[in-house]
Design a protein around this ligand. Structure first.
Ligand SMILES: C[S@@+](CC[C@H](N)C(=O)[O-])C[C@H]1O[C@@H](n2cnc3c(N)ncnc32)[C@H](O)[C@@H]1O
Length: 208
């Protein structure tokens, strides 16, 4: 997977532009209200969303693409970026919150479970999680070869998992789920185009 992402970041630079997702702003407000001081962003890319958090919290980004990390160091020098896999524990400290944008749907089931478990291991008891991922209401759901239930190779060589609400909740079993919902994300690419995706989000708290 890192070859795919390295290639894209090398060719397209800041693929989704410089504007953060509105979900990052929603998460920032919630984290502020909850007294959060530190935030982990797994699969941080070039820091499009970490910048929202590094402006007010201690922010850590975990990213496996060297190309993305080069862009991130320039775009968001306030975040501590760690080169490595978000599927493994990378921090030697526990954070108050995790914000994870459109990374969970990139994996097959075993790895999705591993990503959530790694995030929980890096969160303090009572810490907050805010995750987004592709929704089963997105038009790409059901397109191409089915690799696992709900997981499709929707473009050649590229697959994603499309979450129903129940499926998303199931991935966070063992946490206190505070809120779930859907929204349409409009992404403007660095090369002038725009795409829309239907996403789900989940907000949860680890048990104390
Ligand atoms: C769809 S992009 C989302 C980027 C970022 N969250 C954002 O909002 O701009 C997925 C990102 O996850 C990264 N990624 C994929 N698998 C990873 C892994 N196992 N560990 C760390 N990063 C990973 C990719 O390199 C890419 O930057």
């Amino acid at each position: 997977m890192s070859q795919y992402w390295d290639g894209r970041f090398a060719r397209e630079g800041m693929i989704w532009g410089s504007e953060p997702s509105p979900s990052a702003e929603q998460a920032r407000k919630l984290f502020l209200a909850e007294g959060v001081k530190s935030v982990l962003v797994p699969g941080a890319g070039y820091g499009r969303n970490t910048k929202v958090f590094s402006a007010g919290f201690t922010a850590y980004g975990v990213e496996m693409s060297a190309e993305a990390l080069e862009l991130a160091a320039e775009w968001d020098p306030e975040t501590v970026f760690i080169a490595g896999s978000a599927l493994e524990v990378q921090l030697n400290t526990q954070v108050d919150a995790v914000y994870c944008y459109d990374v969970l749907h990139l994996f097959m089931e075993a790895q999705r479970r591993q990503l959530v478990a790694a995030c929980l291991d890096q969160l303090r008891p009572g810490g907050l999680l805010y995750f987004t991922s592709f929704s089963d209401e997105d038009p790409n759901n059901g397109t191409g070869n089915q690799l696992e239930p709900g997981t499709y190779e929707y473009k050649e060589g590229k697959y994603a998992h499309f979450f129903s609400e129940a499926d998303l909740r199931d991935h966070f079993a063992g946490t206190e789920i505070l809120e779930t919902g859907s929204f349409t994300e409009r992404l403007h690419s660095s090369q002038g185009g725009a795409h829309e995706y239907i996403l789900r989000y989940i907000i949860a708290r680890t048990l104390s």
